[in-house]
Design a protein around this ligand. Structure first.
Ligand SMILES: [Zn+2]
Length: 203
């Protein structure tokens, strides 16, 4: 499936359908659930760099879970006008959504592309575990470090400005990964920019 630029109405409808899928997923597994998406400005949520960022994000999450004795009990990947999504139900040592959220915030804050990752966490009953639940401040804007929601609401930055910032992040991350930041699979992630198997995200 190739999406390209989509009207805002289609993106909003796709986000709503994505939220429905997450709800059904938690109803099915009754386990803490992670939803990875990518922060993408503009009307095309499926640009090539987004798929690359998803691969890095999924790998970073899987690694973080494994290190902490968690098990990926079930996972599914989709793409829509809202962009790619990957969700997983987590079992094992960390069964509290709040602990899982802390781990995912660490991924967002330490991975080279972490600022582009949007990692939502839900408890087994489907309730969202947000930063505010943990008493943490909201995420910062990519460009100016003000609270991200303020800049989004006020459209403080032009699409070109956002694009330039994202390009720089992706370029730096590609360099860092290809230097073998965390081993062999990172290098594979870097190469994926040129040969990305689109079907990998579609179930
Ligand atoms: Zn800003």
């Amino acid at each position: 499936m190739r999406n390209g630029a989509q009207p805002q109405s289609a993106i909003l409808a796709a986000r709503s359908a994505r939220a429905d899928r997450t709800r059904r997923f938690t109803e099915r597994f009754h386990l803490p659930t992670i939803l990875l998406t990518i922060n993408v400005p503009g009307p095309d949520k499926n640009e090539p760099w987004v798929r690359v960022a998803m691969r890095w994000g999924e790998e970073a999450i899987r690694t973080k879970l494994a290190v902490h004795g968690c098990i990926v009990q079930a996972a599914e990947a989709r793409r829509s006008a809202a962009g790619p999504e990957w969700r997983t139900a987590v079992a094992g040592r960390i069964i509290e959504g709040t602990n899982l959220k802390r781990l995912m915030i660490a991924v967002e804050e330490t991975e080279p592309l972490g600022r582009l990752f949007d990692i939502d966490v839900f408890d087994g009953d489907g309730s969202a575990v947000g930063r505010s639940t943990l008493g943490l401040p909201p995420r910062r804007c990519l460009v100016c470090n003000r609270p991200a929601h303020e800049c989004a609401r006020s459209a403080n930055h032009s699409p070109a400005e956002l694009r330039a910032r994202i390009n720089a992040l992706v370029r730096d991350a590609d360099h860092e990964y290809s230097q073998g930041r965390s081993g062999k699979s990172r290098t594979q992630g870097g190469r994926a920019i040129d040969s990305n198997p689109l079907g990998a995200f579609v179930i």
